[in-house]
Design a protein around this ligand. Structure first.
Ligand SMILES: [Zn+2]
Length: 367
């Protein structure tokens, strides 16, 4: 394996890539971590023909997420072997199917579910596949991900993309949009007309949460870190935007809600906002969290927890059912906010930009 940047057949890549001219490729491009922090565009052998139960996918777009920042930094809490193809979130076309596959066919557009769940444990059987007891790995993290031209994937772990949904939008679903869908509805049980505090409204998931909550008629209060992002969050439909660098958000929230607090807090920032988030909730309020980008430790006053009857829910990933609902929601017009689309060779720049937080919405890579 070596870190070379040129495909062997430039004429192939120069032409418009359609299913019709997709010929068997001897080698494919792949974006691989060769060691911690060493990310290179490489060539690797094309995958073998799909085996029983598998589909072969032509990857069209990959969404960037904090899981990619972890991967690039080489955070050591996951066992994995290098080289490792990155990319945890993708939109693809099926180009071939193996024996026994009936749920998808060549030409179908699909979102692959990146965790290789077992499909048979009690959690999988009751549709809570993000609680699977026997996950064989998460693509792009423990095992090869989607930032490569072709890949094989279990057909049972594919969700079809409805007509009218752009590949770019679909590439935001497996991690970002699906996570938000699962947080707001499966976990926080957000209802039309409620008030929700969305942290980091300029982030990939924050911007999606604003759009979804507004689309069902909620009042949205959001926090951002700059005047530029405040204007964009307002343009997205947020009712109240708080620049957390200028104001203590919990004080503003209490003022805006006439000291009652919000129904739901959408948390993913962690240490910096945790205490204020708890103070922002009304009695019986729900807090759902899926991240801790500013640090993993926060304290909890147990008197406050039970007297205020808070419900605090951790959320990680999403079940496949949430991905299907997310795609339907996009088809109905609630689209993710896309900041920038990079070429495969610029993946690293995209991840570094994500890390810098100088972004409003999702960053994507198109193949
Ligand atoms: Zn399972």
């Amino acid at each position: 394996m070596q870190g070379i940047a040129l495909p062997t057949n430039p004429a192939y890549w120069a032409s418009g890539k359609t299913l019709q001219d997709l010929q068997p490729m001897a080698t494919i491009r792949a974006l691989q971590l060769l060691a911690d922090k060493d990310l290179s565009l490489t060539e690797r052998d094309s995958p073998a023909a799909p085996g029983p139960g598998e589909a072969q996918l032509r990857v069209r777009a990959v969404g960037l997420n904090h899981i990619d920042v972890w991967g690039l930094r080489g955070m050591a809490f996951a066992k994995r072997l290098y080289p490792l193809t990155v990319g945890a979130e993708a939109a693809c076309e099926v180009v071939a199917t193996g024996p026994g596959v009936t749920n998808v066919a060549p030409g179908d557009r699909v979102v692959p579910f990146g965790a290789l769940t077992c499909g048979t444990c009690p959690a999988c059987q009751r549709g809570r596949d993000n609680l699977c007891e026997n996950v064989a790995g998460v693509r792009g993290f423990h095992i090869d991900g989607f930032a490569q031209d072709l890949t094989n994937h279990p057909a049972r772990l594919l969700v079809k993309i409805p007509d009218g949904v752009a590949m770019r939008d679909a590439a935001c679903v497996a991690v970002a949009f699906g996570t938000v869908e699962h947080m707001l509805f499966d976990n926080a049980h957000l209802e039309p007309g409620e008030t929700v505090l969305v942290h980091a409204g300029g982030s990939g998931i924050g911007s999606i949460a604003i759009r979804i909550a507004k689309s069902i008629g909620c009042t949205v209060i959001t926090t951002v870190g700059s005047a530029g992002k405040a204007a964009k969050a307002t343009a997205l439909g947020a009712d109240h935007v708080i620049n957390y660098r200028e104001d203590r958000f919990e004080g503003v929230v209490r003022k805006l809600t006439k000291k009652k607090g919000v129904d739901v807090v959408f948390e993913h920032t962690g240490a910096d906002t945790w205490a204020g988030s708890l103070l922002s909730m009304k009695r019986g309020g729900r807090l759902v969290t899926c991240g801790a980008t500013s640090g993993p430790t926060g304290s909890l006053n147990l008197m406050q927890l039970f007297q205020q009857q808070y419900r605090i829910t951790g959320s990680f990933g999403a079940p496949m059912s949430a991905l299907a609902r997310a795609l339907d929601r996009i088809a109905s017009g609630v689209k993710p906010v896309i900041d920038t689309v990079y070429g495969l060779q610029d993946f690293r720049a995209g991840v570094e930009r994500l890390e810098s937080r100088d972004v409003f919405g999702k960053l994507l890579v198109e193949l």
